[in-house]
Design a binder for this molecule. Structure first.
Ligand code: ZN
Length: 208
């Protein structure tokens, strides 16, 4: 796997200082010459392609943890859209441009603080449950969180709920520990929310 080869502790996508050059630089790729990198200035435009030798590179104390090509989601449990990281640069703090593609195929770019992004895999995203559900006039979804402390748990939404999310009591989202518990909550909702919401004993912490 040539893409993972490290030279002198550095790897493709790292942002570093380069001896004798101003500013911060992204390691774009190896050149055919051993130990020589193709680099670009770490900024959104005018990226000034150049080359640098591994011995000239200096790690940054606060280097961003997100690299070009990473698949990322924003770190909140409702997030189901992932993007692919492009340029990473300082805008006060480290930010990353990420390209997103919607279900309908249209694409857009977002710039996010890297602290708000979590690197995920296609497998993680593909494994997350996302179901469209309907019953009578109710239209909703059962969605499994990919990141945050709710990762792996399920929330249930319905268009008729004031907060979109279904709740067991109060206005806090009811996080379900299993897809079965999510279906029970959905059924309770669509049959008129008669009596207390179905308990989810496997998940004592059901509110956020
Ligand atoms: Zn509803």
């Amino acid at each position: 796997m040539p893409g993972l080869v490290m030279w002198g502790g550095f790897r493709k996508g790292d942002i570093v200082a380069v001896q004798g050059r101003r500013g911060e630089w992204e390691l774009m790729s190896h050149t055919p010459a051993p130990g020589v990198w193709r680099i670009e200035a770490a900024r959104p435009k005018d990226r000034a392609p150049a080359e640098a030798r591994t011995v000239e590179l200096r790690a940054l104390a606060d280097a961003p943890q997100v690299r070009r090509g990473d698949l990322v989601v924003q770190n909140f449990p409702e997030q189901v859209l992932a993007g692919t990281v492009g340029h990473v640069y300082r805008l006060g703090r480290w930010v990353a441009e990420a390209a997103h593609t919607g279900a309908d195929g249209h694409t857009w770019g977002l710039v996010d603080d890297v602290e708000r992004l979590v690197v995920v895999t296609h497998e993680q995203l593909d494994a997350a449950v996302q179901l469209d559900v309907e019953a009578g006039a109710h239209r909703g979804r059962i969605i499994q969180a990919v990141v945050t402390r709710h990762a792996g748990k399920f929330r249930v939404t319905c268009r008729c709920s004031p907060t979109i999310d279904l709740c067991r009591a109060g206005r806090a989202t009811a996080w379900c520990s299993s897809v079965e518990a999510a279906w029970s909550l959905w059924d309770w909702h669509t049959t008129g929310e008669v009596g207390p919401a179905p308990a989810d004993f496997a998940s004592p912490e059901t509110t956020a």
